[in-house]
Design a protein around this ligand. Sequence first.
Ligand code: PLP
Length: 312
Amino acid sequence: MTPVLATPETGIAGDFEMIPMDDRDGFIWFDGKLVPWRDAKIHVLTHGLHYASAVFEGVRAYGGVIFELTRHNERLATSAKLLGFSLPFTTAELDEACQAVLAANGHTDAYVRPIAWRGSEQLGVSAQQTKIHVAIATWEWPSYFAPELREKGIKLTLSKWRRPAPDTAPTAAKAAGLYMICTLSKHAAEAEGWHDALMLDYRGQIAEATGANFFLVKDGVVHTPTPDCFLNGLTRQTVIGLARARGLKVVERAMFPEELATADEIFVTGSAAEVTAIGQIDDYHYPVGPITRLLRDDYEKLVRRMATSAAA
Ligand SMILES: Cc1ncc(COP(=O)(O)O)c(C=O)c1O
């Protein structure tokens, strides 16, 4: 396999060649136990692999403290319920497991990935008898997009894929199956030299990027689409709180692609992406403006403050 290099062109962060995810040192928490990284395996005839009966989380640790850990594990349980299964571990047990694997891997600033899926007892559309498995891994992931892009913002193109209606898929879940169109959108964008794609929803309204929520600033007011058919990101909720704490007006509403022509600033939010400025969407260019910078700094300070106060 040709290694993929991290560069501003690829948008991939870090000065490294990507090490395959199944060939690393360390530990993965697997169904209640820490196992050596390379031994955390599943059978090819696993329901989660064939039918996307899997839900996951993406969380970040700062200074050894996992930001909003309990809310992420609560969302994992909710996502599982939306896919018709219950997790065999409580949220408190999963919180403890996330801390344990972070410590076992010696990570302090890292990404934390819990995942739950249906096993191999049955392999058909019906999967009532399958056992539910849970695994948690951590890895170092300094920034979602190359840091060189911080001052320019990333470049997005509109995807041809649309977020589905809430009566066609469990859109409130962070479910593996919902990422099929994200990967297709991102690959199509990358093939043309963009960093990511902006997705509209089934109505033609602005929805989100392939792994982050969307915000637009116009005349000092922050606007963000109502999350009625895509993930109401925890970072999104945090950033709305930070904006309001700064006295900024935040409007959650239906948003339309025509608004991209007159926006002053655009940014996206996510646990992995944090607050990332958007410099271009197709033919429209945007500066990394004052409100994006303010909220990016406030978010960074908040996650670091939580880490410092937990350590104190
Ligand atoms: C499709 C999608 N939307 C939004 C988000 C942002 O969610 P959060 O802020 O909870 O990480 C993510 C990140 O996980 C995502 O994958």
